[in-house]
Design a protein around this ligand. Sequence first.
Ligand SMILES: *Cc1c(COP(=O)(O)O)cnc(C)c1O
Length: 360
Amino acid sequence: MGRIYNFSAGPAVLPEEVLQQAAADMMDYHGCGMSVMEMSHRSKMFQEIIDEAEKDLRTLMNIPDNYKVLFLQGGASLQFAMIPLNLMKNKKADYIVTGQWAKKAYQEAKKYGDVVAVASSADKTFSYIPDCSDLPIREDADYVYICENNTIYGTKFHTLPNTKGKDLISDVSSCFLSEPVDVTKYGMIYGGVQKNVGPAGLVIAIIREDLIPETVEDTVPTMLQYKIHVDNGSMYNTPNCWAIYICGLVFKWLLKNGGLEAMQKRNIEKAKILYDFLDQSKLFKGTVEPASRSLMNVPFVTGNEELDAKFVKEAKAAGFENLKGHRTVGGMRASIYNAMPKAGVEALVAFMKKFEEENA
Ligand SMILES: *Cc1c(COP(=O)(O)O)cnc(C)c1O
């Protein structure tokens, strides 16, 4: 059996060239007689892999020198705790709640301080991004937190919130490297890489140097201190070597394919094919307000649960995998990350047209 079109929200599709390179390197990485999975993280060879990955990421995102790049474990979910434990110096932070991941981050931060949800889109099942141009950000808040692309609901901040001078912290897990980004607008950008960048088990955090505290409270576990990871080049303990290596290959693939400007152009084209179809379809309809639509995650419904289930089943049989919506939302969701080819989206739309005709 060949490759299918994989619309999974994460872990998700990776570029075929990267998988082929990893396969070719598997038995003997660059003549060393072993795979990257088997080598010491203290070896010169692995040091080169991590250094090169960081260098390429800095090039791709144009990361200024006063930002640190960390390769961490524990998923994006562990950052929900690490962020307040390290960055909430006044013990106050303001969160914008636009979906389940933002809500989880907000609830976790509440364990550690005075945390307020200054805006939310829960009133309409998170189907839009609220107006964040004039929020009641507190004078003494340490930071403002957002989840920039809401994987489950398919919304995206197309304009960053007015933080009134506070540092912005953004979870970009599901839009990481999907378009150019001005890093200087953020105090911290982070994401689990298993959505748009690499395999599960690695988080990349880009943090402005001056935000990283020299010391934190004694009770904060060593492994949860950014400073420890900065001082040890992300190798205080054994990092996720394999995921770092694969991300490095993906960074090279992105650079070779024109970088983030080219990705953005491709991603706009791909999403347009699907949204244009949804906007004229008599059977399928998108669930997100057009102005808040994500380029990465596209949820849609037929309005009939049985028909939704039939669609998912028939799509699977036709080679379109993982189109079932998140268990909390239902319906369908097509995640069309960087590595999803345009042909995959075109084929999906052709299949949806056929399904619509057959079920009219
Ligand atoms: C998937 C996801 C998470 C959770 O990631 P884990 O690595 O499983 O902890 C957090 N935020 C966003 C936006 C996500 O898409």
